[in-house]
Design a protein around this ligand. Sequence first.
Ligand code: UTP
Length: 277
Amino acid sequence: MIRKCLFPAAGYGTRFLPATKAMPKEMLPIVNKPLIQYAVEEARDAGLQHMALVTGRGKRALEDHFDISYELEHQIRGTEKEKFLAGTRELIETCIFSYTRQVEMKGLGHAILSGRPLIGDEPFAVSLADDLCLNLKGDGVLSQMIQLYKRYRCSIVAIQEVPRDQTHKYGVIAGELIADNVYRVSSMVEKPAPEDAPSNLAIIGRYILTPDIFDLIADTQPGKGGEIQITDALMKQAQNGCVLAYKFDGLRFDCGGAEGYLDATNFCYEHLYLKGL
Ligand code: UTP
């Protein structure tokens, strides 16, 4: 069964400079909680206990966030401020965190390969924390994907319909609909121009991967932008066997850019923060 979630969090976050000059993008707060904590909570709610973070230079704050801060906790003990740390504390107590560094930022595929020592030879989830996924009406996105994995036992990518003029920002799939919201992937193109896109079904930052993906990434040459793309390795997996794409229930905010970040902040303020959730 799936026990581990890998969080590639080594990217430079250039779209958010200068905020991300000395601070990881994944620590940007949506109201009062950093993006990485939303992602870890989603993984925990999906039953995953091992949180494996791929970090890089200047990302120490991620490790500090999931650690005890004795002075601070001593300072606020017994005051009503203690409740603000309760959620983080619970994650620290119930999950296992491990870290590795991606030494050179050679793309998402390379970041996932860097996480291999933390994952080993078992299927695992991947979550990109700058894609904030929320489902207020039911199970979170990773939870939905794990249920699907139990049925099909192969790699799964989360997809979303995007406007045609946005396809150049995503990996885009072509596939055959095999069940409600589930496609068998026949092809994938990384960041296609609208006229080259095989569909408007875009891959977003949630994956379930079977461990053979690691060797496939290791054999993948740098693609678009000189980066090792996960879509290239997934394409080989789709040719050898099976990769599914799943149109999930819920909302997704691209918090790697200002517009999505603002939308997420407004949404979370109204639907979570004001309700004390
Ligand atoms: P992005 O494409 O959003 O890149 O990466 P980025 O560097 O974080 O941000 P911009 O585009 O410069 O603003 C998608 C995810 O893959 C991770 C990022 O941390 C992010 O979660 N990533 C990307 C790595 O971990 N390593 C890489 O070499 C590249």
